[in-house]
Ligand binder design. Structure first.
Ligand SMILES: NC(=O)C1=CN([C@@H]2O[C@H](COP(=O)(O)OP(=O)(O)OC[C@H]3O[C@@H](n4cnc5c(N)ncnc54)[C@H](O)[C@@H]3O)[C@@H](O)[C@H]2O)C=CC1
Ligand SMILES: C[N+](C)(C)CC(=O)CC(=O)[O-]
Length: 493
């Protein structure tokens, strides 16, 4: 089991955000008990979980821990019993949140942490009536919680520093990027930025400058793409050309004082304006329901995050680098294969983009999966990113892939690895690609050569790496040699 994971979590409120938390926690292997009095709460949570399972299987290529157990409680008291972590996600009303947090505080075990999902209320106000306010903090996520990694952590006046330290470790362990906000302010940082943009967008629709669809196009075809990989400041630094940020500020700073934006004014949200926004939004949705839109959004987000994970020589960038770190933790925490068995190094689900004109997974994607399996093996034997930074690495010098049967879109898969042979400079491996039903779909035999990158030639691996290889390869020697090993392509002429 991974370090810093809660033993048992309780989610109070199972709507859009609560259900997202439930899914993220369950998929991290944590048991979750939910309390939500809405009659259809269980249906909503299960539908969001189904979307999250689909997205997570495609996002994370490391073996996932066994999913936690989901239960529905009939009261707050029953939900929080035995929980060491509670996430509150009830509607955004101070009086309601105070009452609910009071009930959680009274019933939860003394050492349990309590995070509130509030989008803007001050933690000091939320704590006001709690008997143990030291354990309450704001943990503000972004929708969908099971895919977007950021969580803003905000301490109130009475939050114990130790609770914040524990919170950073806990949210990190479930694959998130906790950012501790330095000072308690309403709406924290993310929603301050988003509200400014949203307010401006409402004015543009109100004044018939653009429709909801046109505004969304202006975002998604331009700066929306930029923001997934660099934020505002780094993007503008580049826009300043070679002199960077100083030149950017000199050129565009004065425009900030021109009356372009409406700042704090908000158009009246009267019935006519609500109808205008809602009907434009209906037209834009083209009849797609919310679960369909969620699937489209999730598939796109998975594609973007995985693309970021492939950057920087495979170390990843931004949210992609965070995913790489999380996958490494999951691999380290995965139940080790019994000595002598093939290692199970990679899991996933076949992406729509991996399907070719023949309607099955295309050959280049098998090589991608086998390449990532090799990376996972190298990380396992201590030859991962730190080793490469020290100037040594393994290069793949030969690969032979055999395609044995088809794999279709959406199928689950996993890979296994057997070390066939090894010496001081080489590892010969056989990777196998299995479909969700366990059948063998493809194999890849590879020769990996240890290289001194500075000298640009083959060299001996370090004693530690050789020892780690021997610990896997020794017991695997009892396995039968796979029939694909050493085979060439037919000599058809
Ligand atoms: N929707 C969003 O985009 C985001 C919302 N948040 C925050 O998350 C919190 C929840 O918002 P949503 O999930 O959007 O609202 P929602 O309306 O989708 O869900 C709220 C849920 O709370 C339940 N509820 C009501 N009274 C309750 C009670 N006494 N005990 C337990 N559950 C109760 C409702 O039945 C409902 O299922 C709010 O504080 C909001 O500011 C944070 C980030 C993003
Ligand atoms: C609209 N909102 C204030 C509830 C949005 C958020 O809090 C964050 C998000 O997911 O955009």
């Amino acid at each position: 089991m991974q370090e810093n994971l809660p033993r048992k979590a309780a989610c109070i409120g199972g709507g859009v955000i609560g259900a997202g938390w439930v899914a993220r926690l369950l998929l991290a292997g944590v048991d979750v008990s939910v309390f939500d009095p809405a009659p259809d709460a269980e249906r909503v949570v299960r539908e969001v979980l189904a979307n999250a399972e689909h997205a997570t299987a495609r996002l994370i290529s490391a073996p996932l821990p066994p999913q936690g157990t989901l239960s529905f409680a009939s009261s707050i008291e029953a939900a929080v019993e035995g929980a060491d972590f509670i996430q509150e996600s009830v509607p955004e009303r101070l009086d309601l949140k105070r009452r609910i947090l009071g009930a959680i505080d009274a019933a939860a075990p003394a050492d349990a942490l309590i995070g509130s999902s509030t989008s803007g209320l001050l933690p000091t106000d939320l704590q006001a009536e709690m008997s143990h306010p030291g354990r309450l903090f704001v943990a503000h996520p972004f929708n969908p919680v099971y895919l977007l990694p950021l969580v803003e952590l905000v301490a109130g006046g009475r939050t114990a520093p130790e609770s914040m330290e524990r919170a950073v470790a806990l949210y990190g362990a479930i694959g998130m990027k906790p950012v501790v906000i330095r000072r308690e302010i309403e709406a924290f940082v993310g929603d301050r930025l988003l509200e400014a943009l949203w307010r401006e967008a409402l004015w543009l629709v109100n004044d018939d400058v653009a429709t909801t669809e046109e505004i969304d196009d202006i975002i998604r075809y331009s700066f929306g793409l930029r923001w997934a990989q660099m934020g505002l400041f780094e993007t503008y630094r580049i826009a300043g050309g070679e002199p960077g940020m100083r030149h950017f500020l000199a050129q565009f700073g004065p425009a900030l004082k021109w009356p372009w934006t409406k700042l704090m004014d908000v158009p009246d949200l009267d019935d006519a304006f609500i109808e205008k926004i809602a009907s434009q939004s209906d037209e834009q949705a083209q009849g797609r329901g919310v679960r369909t839109l969620e699937r489209i959004r999730d598939d796109n987000l998975v594609g973007i995050i995985r693309a970021l994970a492939a950057e920087q020589g495979g170390k990843g960038w931004g949210a992609g680098a965070l995913l790489r770190e999380h996958e490494a933790r999951l691999r380290a925490a995965a139940e080790p294969a019994p000595a002598g068995e093939p290692l199970r190094l990679m899991e996933g689900e076949v992406d729509a983009a991996w399907i070719d004109y023949n309607g099955h997974m295309t050959e280049s994607r098998y090589l991608q999966v086998f390449g990532e399996t090799t990376d996972a093996l190298l990380a396992r034997i201590g030859a991962g990113a730190d080793y490469v930074a020290g100037g040594r690495s393994f290069y793949t010098v030969e690969t032979h892939i055999r395609h044995l049967s088809e794999t279709k879109q959406g199928e689950a898969f996993h890979t296994t690895t057997q070390i066939l042979g090894t010496d001081a400079k080489r590892i010969r491996v056989m990777h196998r690609f299995h479909g969700g039903d366990g059948t063998l779909r493809a194999t890849a035999e590879q020769m990996l050569l240890h290289v001194d990158m500075g000298a640009g030639r083959a060299s001996r691996a370090t004693p530690e790496v050789l020892e780690a290889i021997a610990a896997i390869a020794g017991p695997q020697r009892a396995l039968p040699i796979p029939p694909e090993a050493g085979r060439g392509i037919s000599d058809l002429r």
